[in-house]
Design a protein around this ligand. Structure first.
Ligand code: HEM
Length: 373
C-alpha cells in the first residue's frame, strides 16, 4: 500500500528547482548558526571551568556574549527552510511530525528554557560567578533539540515504520528505533559544532579588540580544537554516508530515474575537500598560534562553503531515500505565480540587505577591548 497521504490538490506556486534552491541556501545558513551555537557554547562552558586563568575567562566571556545573538540567527534562519520543506515534503514531514508529536512540540519549550539559560550563563560569567553548570544545562537542552530534529528528519524517510508506530500510540508518545542513519547524523552535527566552534575562535583571534597575548591564546586553542574535531567531523560524515541504503548510494552516483542526482553526490566530494582545507587552516592557526585576520576569514568562508556542500548532499540523500519508497519530489503540478515569486525575491534580497546593513553598523561601532567588556 502507498504509505504517503494524498497530494494536496493546490498546485505549487513556484518552480520546484527554485523552491529547492531557496531551501538549500537558507538551510545551509541555519546549519552554520547551529554549529556555532553547539560548538561555541560547549567551548565557552569548558573555558569557564578555568576561573583562575584570565585568558580562559576572556575567551569564555567573548563567546558567551555572542551566543545569545547566534541563537537569534539559529531560530530566524530555521523558519524559511521549515516552510520550504513543508511545501516540498509535507506529506512525509507532517506524518513523521505527528508520529512523534509530543516530542516535536516540546522543542518550543526546550528552546525557550535553553535561551533563558544562555542569558543566565552570560550574566553569571560577566559577574565573575561560577557558570559552567548553567551553560552545560543549556548545551544539553540544545543537543536534545538537535537530536529530535535528526529523529524527525530521518523518520520522514521511513514510511515503512509509520503504521506500526501509529498502532503503538496515536498520541505521538514513542520515538522510533532501529534507524542506522540516526546516530551518525546526530554525531555529525555535534562534531561539526566543535569544528566550527574552534574555527570561530581562530576568526576572533584576528579581531583588533583582543590584546596580543589573547589573540595567540585564541588562535592556538581554536586551531587545535578545530583540527582535531575537523577530523572527527570527517569520520562522522564518512560513517553517515556508509550507512545509507545501496539504492541511495547508487542514485548519488547518477544511477536512478533522475541521473542529475550525481551532482548532489559530487557535492559530497566537494564537502570532503573543503573540510580538508579547513582542517589545514585550523592546523596552521593552532600549531603556529597565527592570529592573522585573513586566516580567520579564510576559515569562515570555508565553513560557509562546506555547509552548502553538505546541505546539497543531504538533500540528495533525502530525495533518493524518498524516491525508492515511491515519493518523487519533482512529480508535482506547478502553476507559477510570477508576481508572487518576484515579490518574494525582492523582499528576500531586501531582507539580506538589511541584515548586511545591521552587520556593517555593528562592525563600525566603537571598539571596546574584550577584556574590559
Ligand atoms: C537550538 C535550536 C536548534 C538546533 C540545535 C537545531 C538543530 C538542527 C539540526 C541538527 C538539524 C539537522 C537534522 C538532521 O537532518 O539530522 C536541523 C534541521 C532543521 N531545523 Fe533546526 N535546530 C534548532 C532550531 C530550529 C527551529 C526553532 C526550527 C523551526 C522554526 C528548526 C527547523 C529546522 C528544520 C526545518 C530542519 C530541517 C530542514 C530540512 O531538512 O528540510 N530548527 N536543525
Amino acid at each position: 500500500m502507498y504509505p504517503f497521504p494524498a497530494v494536496d490538490p493546490i498546485p505549487l506556486p513556484a518552480p520546484i528547482w527554485l523552491l529547492k534552491l531557496l531551501h538549500i541556501v537558507t538551510l545551509a545558513l541555519h546549519f552554520v548558526a547551529v554549529e556555532m551555537l553547539l560548538g561555541g557554547l560547549l567551548l565557552a562552558v569548558l573555558l569557564s571551568l578555568f576561573r583562575s586563568s584570565p585568558l580562559s575567562m576572556v575567551a569564555a566571556r567573548s563567546l558567551a556574549r555572542r551566543i545569545t545573538v547566534v541563537m537569534t540567527f539559529v531560530i530566524n534562519l530555521a523558519v524559511p527552510p521549515l516552510l520550504f520543506s513543508q511545501v516540498l515534503y509535507g506529506r512525509a514531514l507532517y506524518t513523521s511530525s505527528v508520529l512523534i508529536g509530543i516530542y516535536w512540540i516540546s522543542i518550543i519549550g526546550l528552546l525557550i528554557l535553553a535561551y533563558w539559560l544562555l542569558y543566565r550563563f552570560t550574566a553569571r560569567l560577566q559577574a565573575g560567578r561560577s557558570a559552567w553548570w548553567v551553560g552545560l544545562s543549556a548545551w544539553l537542552l540544545i543537543g536534545s533539540i538537535a537530536r529530535l530534529l535528526s529523529t524527525n528528519m530521518t523518520l520522514m524517510l521511513r514510511p515503512e515504520v509509520w503504521r506500526q508506530m501509529y498502532s503503538a500510540s496515536a498520541m505521538g508518545a514513542y520515538l522510533p528505533t532501529g534507524d542506522p542513519t540516526l546516530m551518525p547524523r546526530w554525531l555529525l552535527m555535534l562534531a561539526g559544532g566543535l569544528f566550527v566552534g574552534g574555527l570561530w575562535l581562530v576568526y576572533l583571534a584576528g579581531r583588533s579588540t583582543f590584546a596580543a597575548e589573547e589573540k595567540s591564546f585564541l588562535a592556538g586553542l581554536g586551531g587545535k580544537v578545530a583540527a582535531v574535531f575537523g577530523i572527527v567531523y570527517l569520520a562522522a560524515g564518512v560513517w553517515a554516508n556508509s550507512v545509507q541504503p545501496a539504492a541511495v548510494k547508487a542514485g548519488l552516483a547518477g544511477q536512478s530515474a533522475h541521473p542529475f542526482y550525481k551532482f548532489f553526490g559530487d557535492a559530497g566530494y566537494a564537502w570532503l575537500v573543503l573540510v580538508g582545507l579547513a582542517v589545514l587552516v585550523a592546523a596552521v592557526a593552532g600549531l603556529g598560534k597565527v592570529s592573522a585576520s585573513w586566516l580567520g576569514w579564510v576559515g569562515a568562508t570555508l565553513v560557509l562553503l562546506f555547509e552548502i556542500a553538505f546541505t546539497v548532499y543531504r538533500d540528495g540523500v533525502r530525495d533518493l531515500s524518498l524516491l525508492v519508497k515511491g515519493y518523487d519530489v519533482w512529480d508535482r503540478v506547478v502553476v507559477t505565480n510570477w508576481w508572487v515569486v518576484g515579490l518574494f525575491l525582492v523582499l528576500f534580497v531586501a531582507g539580506l540587505g538589511v541584515i548586511g546593513w545591521l552587520v556593517s553598523v555593528v562592525a563600525r561601532a566603537q571598539k571596546v577591548m574584550e577584556s574590559a567588556a
